[in-house]
Design a protein around this ligand. Structure first.
Ligand code: SF4
Length: 367
């Protein structure tokens, strides 16, 4: 067992060697074949790491393939229109990642001749690159023995060290990074870091870790103490809140109004049918009239296009889309960056959130 739960105690050297050997040997036999695995192309490593933040591997695979096909090089990405990048990212969520990746590609072309730098300080200055992503790139693409800590590896390390405390506490965070730095293989750092994450994804899972299959069981403090299911400690259950929204399919001749969200905040830079929350005790129609007022437009409300349900963070949202016929006014908004009148068939060209894509499909089908 690694004596890691007391910070003053350095992990035993033989134990460290054993962890490296066992984990890498397990990785060589059990690692999933993923399109970015085995690639030492810094750009491919970078794109995959950004996509994998907060996102499941299975979800990322088709996005990664499409993205690399559309933008095979940093130069190609830098030359792309932001809207095209967002359109390709559509459905993957956390759109700020896409905007930062795009901005960083431009910076790499401007400052580094289109070659992703291999120096930590240069990488850190690029938009959207935090400690984890920088070290993932350095270890996987450049063979630097630097540690990584993200959700899966954090869980594995906490259990290995028998750390019961909140895994996000600053003191715990520091100990985890120190431990990861001690453990990372000097010869195969990229594989070692991926192995730690893979073990967390496949064996040392959040619920019901399969310790009997784990290559590190003889080193694991949590396993030894029988507390693997208590780490990390369970947080309070998320209480879901029901809310309602209205969206407008506002028609003018054969076009419909599409508006672009601000760069900051959820769905930043994406387009949508104008939308607002419905207050408690407010009708859908009353909320729609307020929305029209906010947009500086006059219209006659018509029928319901659809009501869709979606979840976002702790909210369960019922979104009702009403059709309306434009009668006058000029578009203005304190929220949206701009508005455009587009044909329903053109909606396919604009990056939309998942719920808004479902509404757009209703409109495109209706013509
Ligand atoms: S022995 Fe169990 S708790 Fe420990 S690292 Fe392996 S799977 Fe996780």
């Amino acid at each position: 067992m690694l004596a890691l739960s007391r910070p003053a105690v350095a992990p035993n050297c033989l134990a460290v060697q054993s962890v490296r050997r066992r984990l890498l040997s397990w990785f060589d036999r059990h690692a999933r074949k993923l399109p970015w695995r085995g690639s030492a192309d810094p750009y491919a490593v970078w794109v995959s790491e950004v996509m994998l933040q907060q996102t499941q591997v299975a979800t990322v695979i088709p996005y990664f393939r499409r993205f690399l096909q559309a933008f095979p090089t940093i130069q190609a990405l830098a030359a792309a229109n932001e809207q095209d990048v967002l359109r390709l990212w559509e459905g993957l969520g956390y759109y700020r990642r896409a905007r930062s990746l795009h901005a960083a590609a431009r910076q790499v072309c401007d400052l580094h001749g289109g070659v992703l730098p291999n120096q930590p300080d240069d990488l850190r200055r690029l938009p959207g690159l935090g400690r984890y992503t920088v070290n993932a790139i350095l270890s996987q693409a450049f063979g630097r023995p630097v540690p990584i800590v993200e959700a899966n590896s954090r869980r594995v390390l906490c259990r290995l060290a028998g750390l019961r405390g909140a895994s996000r506490a600053a003191a715990t965070e520091k100990r985890l990074w120190d431990l990861a730095a001690t453990l990372v293989s000097r010869h195969r750092p990229g594989d070692f870091n991926q192995a730690l994450m893979e073990l967390g994804a496949l064996v040392c899972t959040a619920t019901s870790p399969r310790c009997h299959l784990c290559p590190l069981q003889s080193h694991c403090a949590a396993r030894c103490l029988g507390i693997e299911n208590d780490i990390p400690p369970r947080g309070p259950r998320l209480r879901l809140e029901n809310t309602q929204e209205v969206a407008l399919a506002l028609r003018r001749a054969d076009r419909v109004l599409l508006v672009q969200r601000p760069q900051q905040g959820r769905w930043g830079g994406l387009w949508e049918l104008p939308r607002r929350a419905i207050a408690p005790n407010e009708t859908v129609e009353a909320a729609a009239c307020l929305l029209l007022e906010e947009l500086g437009l006059r219209a006659v409300l018509q029928h319901e296009v659809a009501t869709i349900r979606y979840g976002v963070t702790r909210f369960r949202v019922a979104l009702t889309c009403l059709e309306a016929r434009h009668r006058g006014g000029r578009f203005r908004s304190g929220l949206y960056r701009r508005g455009r009148w587009v044909r329903p068939a053109e909606l396919v060209n604009f990056p939309l959130s998942r719920p808004q894509r479902r509404l757009a499909d209703f409109l495109a089908d209706a013509g």
